[in-house]
Design a protein around this ligand. Structure first.
Ligand code: ASP
Ligand code: MG
Length: 451
Protein backbone atom coordinates (compact mmCIF):
# COMPACT_ATOMS: atom_id res chain seq x y z
CA UNK A 1 0.00 0.00 0.00
CA UNK A 2 1.14 3.57 -0.64
CA UNK A 3 0.33 7.02 0.75
CA UNK A 4 -0.40 9.73 -1.83
CA UNK A 5 -0.43 13.28 -0.51
CA UNK A 6 -1.69 16.11 -2.72
CA UNK A 7 -0.69 19.66 -1.81
CA UNK A 8 -2.77 22.83 -2.10
CA UNK A 9 -1.93 23.67 -5.72
CA UNK A 10 -2.48 20.04 -6.76
CA UNK A 11 -6.08 20.31 -5.50
CA UNK A 12 -6.48 24.06 -6.06
CA UNK A 13 -9.40 23.95 -8.52
CA UNK A 14 -11.48 21.79 -10.82
CA UNK A 15 -8.75 20.95 -13.35
CA UNK A 16 -6.02 20.06 -10.82
CA UNK A 17 -8.47 17.91 -8.81
CA UNK A 18 -9.54 16.01 -11.96
CA UNK A 19 -5.91 15.48 -12.68
CA UNK A 20 -5.17 14.29 -9.13
CA UNK A 21 -8.05 11.81 -9.33
CA UNK A 22 -6.75 10.37 -12.57
CA UNK A 23 -3.32 9.93 -10.95
CA UNK A 24 -5.02 8.09 -8.06
CA UNK A 25 -6.97 5.93 -10.50
CA UNK A 26 -3.77 4.75 -12.16
CA UNK A 27 -2.51 3.49 -8.80
CA UNK A 28 -5.59 1.76 -7.40
CA UNK A 29 -3.85 -1.61 -7.56
CA UNK A 30 -1.29 -0.28 -5.04
CA UNK A 31 -4.01 0.47 -2.48
CA UNK A 32 -3.48 4.21 -2.10
CA UNK A 33 -4.32 6.10 1.08
CA UNK A 34 -4.99 9.65 -0.11
CA UNK A 35 -4.08 12.64 2.08
CA UNK A 36 -5.08 16.12 0.93
CA UNK A 37 -4.23 19.69 1.84
CA UNK A 38 -6.73 22.51 1.72
CA UNK A 39 -7.20 24.07 -1.74
CA UNK A 40 -4.43 26.60 -2.43
CA UNK A 41 -4.75 29.89 -0.48
CA UNK A 42 -7.65 28.53 1.58
CA UNK A 43 -5.64 28.10 4.79
CA UNK A 44 -4.43 31.71 4.44
CA UNK A 45 -8.04 32.80 4.07
CA UNK A 46 -9.00 30.87 7.19
CA UNK A 47 -6.20 32.51 9.18
CA UNK A 48 -7.63 35.85 8.02
CA UNK A 49 -11.10 34.82 9.17
CA UNK A 50 -9.62 33.91 12.55
CA UNK A 51 -7.88 37.25 12.91
CA UNK A 52 -10.98 39.20 11.83
CA UNK A 53 -12.94 37.28 14.46
CA UNK A 54 -10.33 38.15 17.07
CA UNK A 55 -10.79 41.82 16.10
CA UNK A 56 -14.60 41.61 16.39
CA UNK A 57 -15.01 42.29 12.64
CA UNK A 58 -18.18 40.26 12.27
CA UNK A 59 -19.23 41.64 8.88
CA UNK A 60 -15.83 40.81 7.43
CA UNK A 61 -16.07 37.29 8.85
CA UNK A 62 -19.38 36.79 7.02
CA UNK A 63 -17.95 38.13 3.80
CA UNK A 64 -14.86 35.89 3.90
CA UNK A 65 -16.87 32.77 4.76
CA UNK A 66 -19.05 33.50 1.71
CA UNK A 67 -15.94 33.71 -0.43
CA UNK A 68 -14.82 30.35 0.94
CA UNK A 69 -18.24 28.79 0.39
CA UNK A 70 -18.57 30.06 -3.19
CA UNK A 71 -15.17 28.81 -4.21
CA UNK A 72 -15.86 25.30 -2.90
CA UNK A 73 -19.40 25.08 -4.26
CA UNK A 74 -18.26 26.16 -7.68
CA UNK A 75 -15.57 23.48 -7.77
CA UNK A 76 -17.99 20.81 -6.47
CA UNK A 77 -20.50 21.70 -9.20
CA UNK A 78 -17.94 21.65 -11.96
CA UNK A 79 -16.34 18.42 -10.80
CA UNK A 80 -19.56 16.49 -10.59
CA UNK A 81 -21.69 17.86 -13.45
CA UNK A 82 -22.17 14.30 -14.65
CA UNK A 83 -23.01 12.87 -11.26
CA UNK A 84 -25.71 14.80 -9.48
CA UNK A 85 -26.02 11.89 -7.03
CA UNK A 86 -22.59 12.82 -5.68
CA UNK A 87 -22.78 16.56 -6.32
CA UNK A 88 -25.80 17.14 -4.10
CA UNK A 89 -24.42 15.57 -0.91
CA UNK A 90 -21.05 17.25 -1.63
CA UNK A 91 -22.71 20.66 -1.83
CA UNK A 92 -24.78 20.10 1.25
CA UNK A 93 -21.65 19.05 3.19
CA UNK A 94 -19.86 22.19 1.99
CA UNK A 95 -22.78 24.26 3.19
CA UNK A 96 -22.86 22.51 6.55
CA UNK A 97 -19.14 23.02 7.09
CA UNK A 98 -19.36 26.69 6.08
CA UNK A 99 -22.44 27.29 8.24
CA UNK A 100 -20.72 25.71 11.20
CA UNK A 101 -17.58 27.78 10.56
CA UNK A 102 -19.60 30.99 10.26
CA UNK A 103 -21.50 30.35 13.49
CA UNK A 104 -18.29 29.57 15.31
CA UNK A 105 -16.27 32.52 13.94
CA UNK A 106 -19.15 34.89 14.73
CA UNK A 107 -19.26 33.62 18.29
CA UNK A 108 -15.52 34.28 18.53
CA UNK A 109 -15.98 37.79 17.15
CA UNK A 110 -18.76 38.46 19.67
CA UNK A 111 -16.28 38.02 22.51
CA UNK A 112 -13.21 39.09 20.51
CA UNK A 113 -11.09 36.41 22.07
CA UNK A 114 -9.29 33.85 19.96
CA UNK A 115 -7.79 30.96 21.90
CA UNK A 116 -5.39 28.51 20.21
CA UNK A 117 -8.20 25.98 20.40
CA UNK A 118 -10.61 28.27 18.53
CA UNK A 119 -7.95 29.07 15.97
CA UNK A 120 -7.28 25.36 15.38
CA UNK A 121 -11.01 24.78 14.86
CA UNK A 122 -11.27 27.60 12.31
CA UNK A 123 -8.21 26.74 10.22
CA UNK A 124 -9.09 23.02 10.13
CA UNK A 125 -11.97 23.76 7.80
CA UNK A 126 -9.80 23.97 4.68
CA UNK A 127 -8.84 20.30 4.75
CA UNK A 128 -12.34 19.24 5.84
CA UNK A 129 -13.79 21.02 2.80
CA UNK A 130 -11.25 19.84 0.24
CA UNK A 131 -11.30 16.21 1.38
CA UNK A 132 -15.11 16.14 1.35
CA UNK A 133 -15.36 17.43 -2.21
CA UNK A 134 -12.54 15.25 -3.52
CA UNK A 135 -13.99 12.20 -1.75
CA UNK A 136 -17.32 12.63 -3.56
CA UNK A 137 -15.57 13.38 -6.85
CA UNK A 138 -13.59 10.14 -6.49
CA UNK A 139 -16.87 8.27 -5.96
CA UNK A 140 -18.30 9.98 -9.03
CA UNK A 141 -15.36 8.51 -10.96
CA UNK A 142 -16.27 5.03 -9.75
CA UNK A 143 -13.63 4.74 -7.00
CA UNK A 144 -14.97 2.94 -3.92
CA UNK A 145 -13.97 5.72 -1.52
CA UNK A 146 -14.15 6.03 2.25
CA UNK A 147 -13.73 9.45 3.90
CA UNK A 148 -11.82 9.20 7.18
CA UNK A 149 -11.53 11.92 9.81
CA UNK A 150 -7.81 12.50 10.47
CA UNK A 151 -8.63 14.06 13.84
CA UNK A 152 -9.56 10.57 15.07
CA UNK A 153 -6.16 9.17 14.04
CA UNK A 154 -3.49 11.86 14.36
CA UNK A 155 -3.10 12.47 18.09
CA UNK A 156 -0.84 15.26 19.37
CA UNK A 157 0.24 16.57 22.74
CA UNK A 158 -1.40 19.71 24.11
CA UNK A 159 1.61 22.00 24.69
CA UNK A 160 0.93 23.99 21.54
CA UNK A 161 -2.34 23.20 19.80
CA UNK A 162 -1.22 25.13 16.71
CA UNK A 163 1.92 23.06 16.29
CA UNK A 164 1.03 19.84 18.02
CA UNK A 165 3.69 17.22 18.61
CA UNK A 166 2.41 13.89 17.26
CA UNK A 167 2.33 11.02 19.76
CA UNK A 168 3.67 8.31 17.50
CA UNK A 169 3.00 5.33 19.76
CA UNK A 170 -0.71 6.20 19.82
CA UNK A 171 -0.82 7.10 16.13
CA UNK A 172 0.62 3.71 15.15
CA UNK A 173 -2.46 2.10 16.72
CA UNK A 174 -5.20 4.58 15.80
CA UNK A 175 -4.17 4.72 12.14
CA UNK A 176 -3.81 0.97 11.76
CA UNK A 177 -7.09 0.28 13.59
CA UNK A 178 -8.98 2.74 11.42
CA UNK A 179 -7.46 2.15 8.02
CA UNK A 180 -6.51 -1.54 7.91
CA UNK A 181 -10.14 -2.83 7.94
CA UNK A 182 -11.05 -0.38 5.17
CA UNK A 183 -8.20 -1.57 2.97
CA UNK A 184 -9.25 -5.14 3.62
CA UNK A 185 -12.69 -4.21 2.36
CA UNK A 186 -10.95 -2.84 -0.78
CA UNK A 187 -11.84 0.78 -0.06
CA UNK A 188 -9.72 3.71 -1.16
CA UNK A 189 -9.25 5.96 1.86
CA UNK A 190 -9.19 9.74 1.67
CA UNK A 191 -8.24 11.79 4.70
CA UNK A 192 -6.98 15.26 5.66
CA UNK A 193 -3.47 16.49 6.18
CA UNK A 194 -2.60 19.08 8.85
CA UNK A 195 -5.50 18.52 11.25
CA UNK A 196 -5.31 16.51 14.44
CA UNK A 197 -6.56 16.37 18.00
CA UNK A 198 -5.16 15.77 21.47
CA UNK A 199 -5.74 12.59 23.47
CA UNK A 200 -8.67 14.41 25.15
CA UNK A 201 -10.25 15.20 21.80
CA UNK A 202 -9.28 18.86 21.77
CA UNK A 203 -8.68 20.08 18.16
CA UNK A 204 -5.05 20.74 17.16
CA UNK A 205 -3.01 21.21 13.98
CA UNK A 206 0.52 20.24 12.96
CA UNK A 207 1.66 23.75 11.94
CA UNK A 208 1.82 25.39 8.50
CA UNK A 209 2.66 22.98 5.73
CA UNK A 210 1.91 20.07 8.06
CA UNK A 211 0.06 17.87 5.55
CA UNK A 212 3.32 16.26 4.43
CA UNK A 213 3.92 15.32 8.04
CA UNK A 214 0.47 13.68 8.27
CA UNK A 215 1.25 11.65 5.15
CA UNK A 216 4.50 10.32 6.56
CA UNK A 217 2.93 9.54 9.95
CA UNK A 218 0.26 7.48 8.19
CA UNK A 219 2.89 5.84 6.00
CA UNK A 220 4.87 4.89 9.09
CA UNK A 221 1.84 3.50 10.93
CA UNK A 222 0.73 1.44 7.94
CA UNK A 223 4.21 0.28 6.87
CA UNK A 224 3.55 1.77 3.46
CA UNK A 225 5.83 0.77 0.61
CA UNK A 226 6.10 4.42 -0.51
CA UNK A 227 5.02 7.92 0.47
CA UNK A 228 4.27 10.11 -2.54
CA UNK A 229 4.21 13.88 -2.09
CA UNK A 230 2.42 15.31 -5.14
CA UNK A 231 3.16 18.99 -5.61
CA UNK A 232 3.60 21.60 -8.35
CA UNK A 233 7.34 21.31 -8.93
CA UNK A 234 9.33 18.57 -10.67
CA UNK A 235 10.91 17.30 -7.47
CA UNK A 236 13.71 18.45 -5.22
CA UNK A 237 15.93 20.86 -7.16
CA UNK A 238 19.55 21.92 -6.76
CA UNK A 239 18.31 25.42 -5.84
CA UNK A 240 15.17 27.53 -5.69
CA UNK A 241 14.27 28.11 -9.38
CA UNK A 242 13.22 31.68 -8.52
CA UNK A 243 16.82 32.40 -7.54
CA UNK A 244 18.68 30.19 -9.99
CA UNK A 245 17.27 29.89 -13.51
CA UNK A 246 19.11 26.67 -14.34
CA UNK A 247 18.41 24.79 -11.12
CA UNK A 248 18.26 21.06 -11.86
CA UNK A 249 16.07 18.26 -10.58
CA UNK A 250 17.79 15.69 -8.36
CA UNK A 251 16.99 12.02 -9.09
CA UNK A 252 17.63 10.90 -5.54
CA UNK A 253 18.82 12.25 -2.22
CA UNK A 254 19.19 10.79 1.25
CA UNK A 255 16.83 11.24 4.20
CA UNK A 256 19.57 13.22 5.96
CA UNK A 257 20.12 15.51 2.99
CA UNK A 258 16.38 16.08 2.61
CA UNK A 259 15.98 16.88 6.32
CA UNK A 260 18.89 19.30 6.18
CA UNK A 261 17.54 21.01 3.06
CA UNK A 262 14.07 21.34 4.57
CA UNK A 263 15.53 22.76 7.76
CA UNK A 264 17.82 25.14 5.91
CA UNK A 265 15.20 26.78 3.75
CA UNK A 266 14.16 24.47 0.88
CA UNK A 267 10.37 24.71 0.70
CA UNK A 268 9.62 21.31 -0.83
CA UNK A 269 8.93 19.29 2.29
CA UNK A 270 7.79 20.07 5.81
CA UNK A 271 10.96 19.56 7.91
CA UNK A 272 9.42 16.90 10.18
CA UNK A 273 8.23 14.72 7.29
CA UNK A 274 11.42 12.75 7.03
CA UNK A 275 11.53 11.39 10.57
CA UNK A 276 8.61 8.92 10.50
CA UNK A 277 9.71 7.67 7.06
CA UNK A 278 13.25 7.04 8.29
CA UNK A 279 12.00 4.91 11.17
CA UNK A 280 10.50 2.41 8.79
CA UNK A 281 12.83 3.11 5.88
CA UNK A 282 10.01 4.10 3.54
CA UNK A 283 11.05 5.93 0.35
CA UNK A 284 9.48 9.36 -0.14
CA UNK A 285 8.80 10.44 -3.72
CA UNK A 286 8.38 14.14 -4.54
CA UNK A 287 6.34 14.34 -7.75
CA UNK A 288 4.70 16.95 -9.97
CA UNK A 289 0.95 16.37 -10.33
CA UNK A 290 0.86 18.63 -13.37
CA UNK A 291 3.55 16.52 -15.04
CA UNK A 292 2.98 12.99 -13.74
CA UNK A 293 5.34 11.49 -16.28
CA UNK A 294 8.29 13.39 -14.77
CA UNK A 295 10.28 11.01 -12.63
CA UNK A 296 10.51 13.36 -9.62
CA UNK A 297 12.95 12.89 -6.75
CA UNK A 298 13.13 9.91 -4.47
CA UNK A 299 14.42 10.21 -0.91
CA UNK A 300 16.16 7.06 0.26
CA UNK A 301 18.50 5.66 2.88
CA UNK A 302 21.95 7.16 3.00
CA UNK A 303 23.68 3.98 1.78
CA UNK A 304 21.89 4.28 -1.58
CA UNK A 305 23.09 7.83 -2.22
CA UNK A 306 26.37 9.04 -3.72
CA UNK A 307 28.68 11.53 -1.99
CA UNK A 308 28.73 15.16 -3.07
CA UNK A 309 26.84 18.43 -3.14
CA UNK A 310 23.11 18.20 -3.79
CA UNK A 311 21.74 21.68 -3.29
CA UNK A 312 22.22 25.30 -2.37
CA UNK A 313 19.39 26.42 -0.09
CA UNK A 314 18.88 29.59 1.92
CA UNK A 315 17.13 31.28 4.79
CA UNK A 316 16.29 34.82 4.00
CA UNK A 317 15.75 36.58 7.32
CA UNK A 318 18.49 35.85 9.77
CA UNK A 319 19.97 37.70 12.72
CA UNK A 320 23.48 37.07 13.94
CA UNK A 321 23.87 37.44 17.69
CA UNK A 322 27.39 38.10 18.93
CA UNK A 323 27.90 37.35 22.58
CA UNK A 324 31.15 38.58 24.09
CA UNK A 325 32.60 38.16 27.55
CA UNK A 326 36.11 38.48 28.88
CA UNK A 327 35.03 36.04 31.56
CA UNK A 328 34.87 33.35 28.93
CA UNK A 329 38.64 33.20 28.66
CA UNK A 330 40.00 30.13 30.42
CA UNK A 331 36.73 29.26 32.15
CA UNK A 332 34.29 26.45 31.80
CA UNK A 333 30.52 26.57 31.89
CA UNK A 334 30.14 29.80 29.92
CA UNK A 335 28.68 28.11 26.85
CA UNK A 336 26.30 26.19 29.06
CA UNK A 337 25.14 29.40 30.67
CA UNK A 338 24.62 31.13 27.34
CA UNK A 339 22.63 28.29 25.78
CA UNK A 340 20.53 27.87 28.88
CA UNK A 341 19.29 31.42 28.27
CA UNK A 342 18.35 30.49 24.69
CA UNK A 343 16.53 27.39 25.82
CA UNK A 344 14.76 29.19 28.71
CA UNK A 345 13.48 31.70 26.16
CA UNK A 346 12.43 29.02 23.68
CA UNK A 347 14.69 30.41 20.97
CA UNK A 348 16.17 27.96 18.52
CA UNK A 349 19.64 28.47 17.17
CA UNK A 350 20.90 27.45 13.72
CA UNK A 351 24.62 28.08 13.35
CA UNK A 352 27.15 28.48 16.11
CA UNK A 353 30.75 29.54 16.05
CA UNK A 354 33.01 30.40 18.94
CA UNK A 355 36.36 31.96 19.59
CA UNK A 356 38.15 32.54 22.86
CA UNK A 357 35.90 35.30 24.19
CA UNK A 358 33.08 35.33 21.68
CA UNK A 359 30.12 33.20 20.63
CA UNK A 360 28.20 33.96 17.44
CA UNK A 361 24.91 32.30 16.66
CA UNK A 362 22.23 32.75 14.02
CA UNK A 363 18.50 32.74 14.65
CA UNK A 364 15.41 33.33 12.50
CA UNK A 365 14.37 36.99 12.47
CA UNK A 366 10.83 36.05 13.39
CA UNK A 367 11.70 35.15 16.98
CA UNK A 368 11.02 37.56 19.84
CA UNK A 369 14.40 38.43 21.37
CA UNK A 370 13.93 41.24 23.93
CA UNK A 371 13.91 38.91 26.94
CA UNK A 372 16.80 36.90 25.57
CA UNK A 373 18.99 39.96 25.11
CA UNK A 374 18.09 41.27 28.58
CA UNK A 375 19.06 37.97 30.19
CA UNK A 376 22.29 37.55 28.23
CA UNK A 377 23.27 41.14 28.98
CA UNK A 378 23.36 40.29 32.68
CA UNK A 379 26.68 38.53 32.13
CA UNK A 380 27.90 39.34 28.59
CA UNK A 381 27.98 42.02 25.93
CA UNK A 382 25.41 41.31 23.24
CA UNK A 383 25.35 42.74 19.72
CA UNK A 384 22.48 41.95 17.39
CA UNK A 385 23.23 42.07 13.68
CA UNK A 386 20.02 41.75 11.66
CA UNK A 387 19.38 41.97 7.91
CA UNK A 388 21.40 38.85 7.20
CA UNK A 389 20.77 35.74 5.12
CA UNK A 390 22.12 32.25 5.43
CA UNK A 391 23.13 30.15 2.45
CA UNK A 392 23.57 26.42 3.02
CA UNK A 393 25.31 23.96 0.76
CA UNK A 394 23.93 20.52 1.52
CA UNK A 395 25.33 17.18 0.41
CA UNK A 396 26.66 13.86 1.62
CA UNK A 397 30.21 13.70 2.94
CA UNK A 398 31.11 17.26 1.94
CA UNK A 399 34.72 17.21 3.22
CA UNK A 400 35.48 14.46 0.69
CA UNK A 401 34.21 16.60 -2.19
CA UNK A 402 37.24 17.80 -4.14
CA UNK A 403 37.81 21.56 -4.17
CA UNK A 404 34.50 22.31 -2.46
CA UNK A 405 35.63 25.06 -0.11
CA UNK A 406 37.88 26.50 -2.80
CA UNK A 407 34.96 26.77 -5.23
CA UNK A 408 32.59 28.18 -2.63
CA UNK A 409 35.04 30.75 -1.28
CA UNK A 410 35.99 31.66 -4.85
CA UNK A 411 32.34 32.25 -5.71
CA UNK A 412 32.01 34.65 -2.78
CA UNK A 413 34.35 37.10 -4.50
CA UNK A 414 34.26 40.39 -2.61
CA UNK A 415 31.03 39.66 -0.72
CA UNK A 416 31.18 40.33 3.04
CA UNK A 417 30.67 37.15 5.05
CA UNK A 418 29.81 37.09 8.74
CA UNK A 419 29.96 33.42 9.59
CA UNK A 420 31.14 30.31 7.81
CA UNK A 421 30.25 27.05 9.44
CA UNK A 422 30.70 23.45 8.45
CA UNK A 423 28.33 21.23 10.40
CA UNK A 424 29.82 18.41 12.41
CA UNK A 425 27.81 15.89 10.38
CA UNK A 426 29.72 16.79 7.20
CA UNK A 427 26.45 17.40 5.43
CA UNK A 428 26.14 21.17 5.56
CA UNK A 429 28.38 24.13 4.81
CA UNK A 430 26.70 27.42 5.68
CA UNK A 431 27.64 31.02 5.02
CA UNK A 432 26.05 34.16 6.42
CA UNK A 433 25.97 37.22 4.14
CA UNK A 434 24.10 40.51 4.00
CA UNK A 435 20.52 40.05 2.86
CA UNK A 436 21.16 42.36 -0.10
CA UNK A 437 23.93 40.07 -1.38
CA UNK A 438 21.93 36.87 -1.01
CA UNK A 439 20.54 36.37 -4.53
CA UNK A 440 23.80 37.03 -6.36
CA UNK A 441 25.72 34.85 -3.92
CA UNK A 442 23.34 31.90 -4.31
CA UNK A 443 23.61 32.15 -8.09
CA UNK A 444 27.41 32.41 -7.98
CA UNK A 445 27.80 29.42 -5.64
CA UNK A 446 25.35 27.34 -7.66
CA UNK A 447 27.25 28.20 -10.83
CA UNK A 448 30.58 27.26 -9.25
CA UNK A 449 29.27 23.92 -7.98
CA UNK A 450 26.92 22.72 -10.70
CA UNK A 451 28.01 24.24 -14.02
N1 ASP B 1 -3.19 23.64 4.51
C1 ASP B 1 -2.12 23.74 5.45
C2 ASP B 1 -1.25 24.94 5.13
O1 ASP B 1 -1.48 25.62 4.14
C3 ASP B 1 -1.31 22.51 5.53
C4 ASP B 1 -0.65 22.08 4.24
O2 ASP B 1 -1.10 22.42 3.16
O3 ASP B 1 0.35 21.36 4.31
O4 ASP B 1 -0.34 25.23 5.85
MG1 MG C 1 3.05 22.11 1.40
Amino acid sequence: MIVMKFGGTSVGGTAPIRNAISIIQEKLDQQPIVVVSAMSKVTDLLYRIASCAANCEEAKVTELVEELRNRHIEVAEELMVDSVANMLPAISSVNELCDELERFAKAVSAIGELSPRSQAIIVSHGELLSSTIIGYAMKAQGIDTEWVDARKMIVTDDNNLLKGEPITATIQKTVANTIAPLLEAHKTVITQGFIASTANGCPSILGRGGSDYTASLIGMAMDASAIEIWTDVDGVLTADPRKVANARRLDKISFEEAAEMAHFGAKVLHPMTIEPAVRKNIPIYVLNSLKPSCQGTVILQDTQIADGVKSVSYKEHITVINIFSMKMINTSGFLGRVFKVFSDNGISVDLISTSEANISVTIDDTQETDQLVAHLSEFAEVVMDSGKAQISIVGKNLPATPHLTEKVLGALGGTSTYMISQGATDINLSIVVDRKDMDTTIAAIHHALFQ
